[in-house]
Design a protein around this ligand. Sequence first.
Ligand SMILES: [Zn+2]
Length: 68
Amino acid sequence: MVFTEPLTWKCHICDEERPDAKISVLTKPLVVNGTVCGQQNIRYCNDKAECIEGARHKDFFGGEKGNV
Ligand SMILES: [Zn+2]
């Protein structure tokens, strides 16, 4: 069986559906109350500067954002 439909992913930063080749995954430790509980995978467009930058600062649960 051949998949003819292209594989797409939704960017977590800009919320756009992008082809697989344009999406990268950033794996970050998942920190809750200062304790590492696992990891989170943040998908972002690897061809958009704002998404690459946004992925670096995004945190699903931590809420702590690094200031540049
Ligand atoms: Zn994006």
